[in-house]
Design a protein around this ligand. Structure first.
Ligand SMILES: NC(=O)c1ccc[n+]([C@@H]2O[C@H](COP(=O)([O-])OP(=O)(O)OC[C@H]3O[C@@H](n4cnc5c(N)ncnc54)[C@H](OP(=O)(O)O)[C@@H]3O)[C@@H](O)[C@H]2O)c1
Length: 378
């Protein structure tokens, strides 16, 4: 680690630079900065391989820390340039005891205790801690224009409804993990990034793949929700580039990593995404939430019903991140690249079939649901 100027001074200098220079100008006009030694906790799943690709392209060095179980489904060839440390966040951090890094990115945080332990272990060996959090910390989303300064969820309610338990657990885990990182590293050495639903190549959640697959085929396309329901999502590669950019500039703080740039409705989303393909679409909007739920459609990312606790889930403010350098690629490139990845050799037929052949996914029930909707609307 370079210590010619104090940590606090370098953070201040980095912050000024970040605010003055948008990401893409920064990439092209300003010479490469110091090569960073980056440790990624995780790194082989969805977000990690894109962070690695971007970090290597910027001249940085990368080390990952995993159990050695998850295999990347993008950028596999780059992993021979990455140092791989093996351990377990649950009970084996030995591999982290001997190294020194400029930045640690905590992608694999699943328990507050995990972040607490790694942050404590690394606080004198690493300059910056970047915690990958989530907009889930704002659950229940009861307001408009949710900013980073809004209250976060620190405790679970006593008797949550069954269907809300996971949301409460996740939000509380992420919010307290953020605090665990800050408690060990201090506010002036911690960056927190809160992405909304991420889409793009290597997504193991299979939450977004519905749209590239469906829109490539054309015909009657079921669109859940009101045409004007807001939607938010972000390409995983934009989150990855943003995080490395924050590290390079030591831009300290908490940032909602949310797209698209401007507010978008579900109607605009399907129209824009549909243009990725030559196919002709007839969008069939089903705006009756009860009907959707009765037919097993509780959500279809990026569409989330905007009632109850989810009112503001797609109403999160992204201004602060934009000022710090977050940039968004086109929806068309997200849809096309995700589609191409899905049919690439990076996935096996079995992996594709494990999703496509599930009888209960909307893709396989769509015609039947549209028919039922048309019957109901007669
Ligand atoms: N997907 C979204 O839309 C979304 C939205 C907002 C925020 N986020 C957050 O974004 C982050 C990144 O997500 P992701 O999908 O890329 O990765 P992830 O599922 O959070 O993490 C997987 C990575 O962690 C490693 N790992 C898992 N258990 C481990 C353990 N016990 N010890 C050490 N390493 C372990 C895995 O490798 P091994 O299996 O080999 O150990 C793999 O590299 C997460 O924190 C997630 O909560 C995601």
């Amino acid at each position: 680690m370079t210590k010619s100027i104090s940590r606090r001074q370098s953070i201040k200098l980095g912050l000024t630079g970040a605010l003055a220079a948008p990401l893409f100008e920064f990439n092209t006009l300003i010479p490469q900065r110091k090569s960073l030694n980056i440790l990624i906790l995780g790194g082989t799943s969805f977000l990690g391989p894109h962070q690695i690709e971007y970090a290597l392209s910027r001249g940085h060095k990368v080390t990952t820390f995993t159990r050695g179980k998850t295999q990347p489904t993008v950028h596999q060839s780059l992993f021979n340039q990455v140092t791989s440390l093996i351990g377990d966040r649950e009970n084996d951090l030995n591999a982290l005891k001997s190294g020194q890094w400029d930045v640690v990115i905590d992608n694999s945080g699943r328990k507050v205790e995990w972040t607490k332990k790694t942050a404590e272990l690394l606080k004198d060996k690493v300059e910056l801690y970047i915690y990958t959090s989530s907009t889930g910390v704002y659950y229940p989303y009861l307001t408009n224009d949710i900013k980073e300064s809004n209250a976060v969820l620190l405790t679970e309610p006593e008797n949550p409804k069954e269907e809300e338990k996971l949301e409460y657990w996740y939000g509380v885990m992420k919010a307290n993990s953020e605090l665990a990182a800050i408690s060990a590293f201090g506010e002036d050495r911690t960056i927190v990034v809160r992405p909304t639903y991420m889409s793009g190549p290597a997504d193991k959640t299979n939450r977004f793949i519905h749209w590239p697959l469906r829109l490539s085929r054309g015909g009657d396309v079921l669109v859940p929700g009101n045409e004007d329901d807001p939607v938010q999502y972000i390409d995983v590669r934009d989150v990855a580039a943003f995080m490395i950019h924050l590290a390079e500039n030591k831009t300290i703080g908490t940032f909602n990593a949310v797209g698209p740039n401007h507010p978008q409705t579900m109607r605009t989303f399907v129209r824009l995404a549909g243009r990725t393909f030559d196919a002709k679409h007839n969008f069939v909007y089903i705006d009756d939430y009860s009907f959707l739920r009765d037919n097993g459609i509780d959500y279809l990312v990026p569409w989330i019903p905007t009632d109850g606790n989810n009112y503001g889930s797609a109403r999160v403010n992204n201004e602060k991140a934009k000022k710090a350098g977050l940039r968004w690629r086109s929806l068309k490139s997200t849809v096309m690249d995700t589609y191409s990845w899905w049919y690439s050799d990076n996935l096996t037929n079995e992996q594709r079939a494990a999703y496509e052949e599930q009888p209960d996914i909307v893709l396989n029930r769509e015609a039947e649901i549209i028919n039922a909707w048309r019957e109901k609307s007669k």
